[in-house]
Structure formats: structure tokens, C-alpha cells
Design a protein around this ligand. Structure first.
Ligand code: KIV
Length: 281
């Protein structure tokens, strides 16, 4: 069943958790979709996690379109969300133009960072489904520090969540805030909150897929390793290298053979050709 925004919102009302994972390529999209992940999210975290960029700020519209198209080919049921990259939604008009590019490339909705009320209202008016993102915003906060730790900053986060809900967003990502504040926001608004490093009480959770598969070399406090990609992949590559060098790979089971009759014809031809060549010389 294709998941839409109504389905995602109904999960909150039925006290069911919303599952979200980032995704940047076709084979991972196929697996996430098969596993029943609700929202497959092409995040601008593709920059540091896949493209080797120093930060999300380097990610362009072209990068996002390239990865969105790959992920789209692998998704059947999940809601496909895509991140608006840095400086792609400076004005309502620019935001709509870029959003329409994503929608025409298969996105179901877009996510943008910060309390961009005017931009969000404009997009919603034009029929776009928008996800908000408060707390740590990687496109603005160069230093990744916990947000909403003090009364003033927590109050601002709660107010922003209410403003964004009123502006018409369908869900809101809350990143790197104390779980107490994420809980208050979750209880105050009627759309699903999706937490990352925001504790246990959000309506759903999102992780960067590289962080949960152990592709990211460091273990992060908020994430959990469900797989040890680094070690397993390194071991596999090392073994392959050794086996090629020791002539253990390819083995008999990896080899394609020719049928005997055809091979005999080739051998006869080679012999004839060799003789002719000698005559010529
Ligand atoms: O781009 C990203 O990965 C994000 C995280 C909050 C999931 O925005």
C-alpha cells in the first residue's frame, strides 16, 4: 500500500510510531521499502555521508536530483521525502520552483529547515506537502551543539513548532534537543514529530542510514549500530585481495566453460592459423 501524508498523520492518532530512514541510492531504497519503513528520506546528509563533502552546505540541487531519482526507482510503498538543499528556498518563489523540480522527479513531499513561515505557507498554498525541521539545523548551525537547553531557547523551539504546524506542515523533524522539550512539543501539536537525538517520546524516529549500518566510522551517542559495515566490508575486501593474489579466486565454481565440440573447432583453427602464419613468414 502506498503511504501518503494522511496515513502518516493517522499513525500519531493511533499511537503508532512513524519509522524514517535516510536513503541515497537504489539498492538501499529497495531494502528500506521492503522492510516497511514509512518515510524514505533523501537528506542533504548525502553530502558528508556519501559525496565526501565537508558539510551539508556544499550540497546542490543537482546532487539532490541525482540521488532522488536513484531512490525513486527503488521505492514502491514508502512516502518519499526529499530535503531542500542550502540556499534553494530563500524566497517563496524560488522555493516553489525548486520544489516543483523535486515533485516532477518523484518526491511526495519536501523538508526544509527553520521557522520559514512565509515560504512554507506559499508552498502549502500551491499544494506542496512540507515537512519542517527544528532544533539543530545543519545548514545554519556550523557547530553541532544541543539546541533548546535553556528556558529561552526551549521556549523558542516550542513556539516555532506551533507556528510551523499552523503554517500547514505535515510532520516536523526535531534534531538534537533534550528529550523533555521534544516530549512537550509532541504533546502540544497534532502532526507527527520525528526525532533524531531528541529522545524517546517523539511520534517517530529518523536516523542517517550510514549511522545505523556502521558505515560512519564513529559511534554516535544518539544512534545505534545495527550492523558493522566498516569491519565486515574491510574484511571482505582484504580477503578478496588475498584470494586473487594466491590464485584461489576465481575457483572452479566461478568459471564459465565452453562446450567440448566448439572448443575443439577453435583448437583446430588455431593450429591451422599458426601453420599458415609460419608459411607466410
Ligand atoms: O539530512 C538529514 O539526514 C537530516 C536528518 C535530520 C535526518 O536532515
Amino acid at each position: 500500500m502506498k503511504k501518503d501524508s494522511k496515513f502518516l498523520i493517522s499513525k500519531k492518532h493511533n499511537q503508532q510510531k512513524v519509522t524514517v530512514l535516510t536513503c541515497y541510492d537504489y539498492p538501499t531504497a529497495v531494502l528500506e521499502d521492503k522492510a516497511g519503513i514509512d518515510i524514505i528520506f533523501v537528506g542533504d546528509s548525502v553530502g558528508p555521508n556519501v559525496l565526501g563533502y565537508k558539510s551539508e552546505i556544499e550540497v546542490t540541487m543537482d546532487d539532490m536530483i541525482h540521488h532522488l531519482k536513484a531512490v525513486r526507482r527503488g521505492v514502491t510503498d514508502a512516502y518519499l521525502l526529499v530535503d531542500m538543499p542550502y540556499k534553494s528556498y530563500e524566497t517563496p518563489e524560488q522555493a516553489l520552483k525548486n520544489t516543483n523540480i523535486f515533485i516532477s522527479n518523484g518526491a511526495d513531499g519536501i523538508k526544509l529547515e527553520g521557522a520559514k513561515e512565509k515560504v512554507i505557507k506559499y508552498l502549502v498554498k500551491h499544494g506542496i506537502e512540507v515537512a519542517g525541521h527544528i532544533g539543530l539545523n545543519p545548514q545554519t548551525h556550523v557547530i553541532k551543539s544541543i539546541q533548546g537547553k535553556t528556558f529561552e531557547s526551549a521556549k523558542e523551539l516550542i513556539e516555532d513548532a506551533l507556528i510551523l504546524e499552523k503554517a500547514g506542515i505535515i510532520i516536523i523533524f526535531i534534531e538534537l534537543v533534550p528529550e523533555e522539550i521534544a516530549k512537550i512539543i509532541t504533546e502540544k501539536i497534532s502532526i507527527p514529530t520525528i526525532g533524531i537525538a531528541a529522545g524517546r517520546f517523539c511520534d517517530g524516529q529518523v536516523l542517517v542510514v550510514n549511522d545505523m549500518l556502521g558505515i560512519t566510522p564513529r559511534k554516535l551517542k544518539h544512534a545505534k549500530w545495527y550492523h558493522n559495515y566498516q569491519d565486515m566490508t574491510y574484511q571482505a575486501i582484504t580477503k578478496y585481495k588475498e584470494e586473487v593474489e594466491k590464485r584461489l579466486f576465481p575457483a572452479e565454481e566461478n568459471v564459465i566453460h565452453m562446450v567440448r565440440e566448439e572448443l575443439e573447432k577453435i583448437n583446430i583453427w588455431i593450429e591451422y592459423f599458426g601453420r599458415k602464419k609460419r608459411d607466410y613468414i
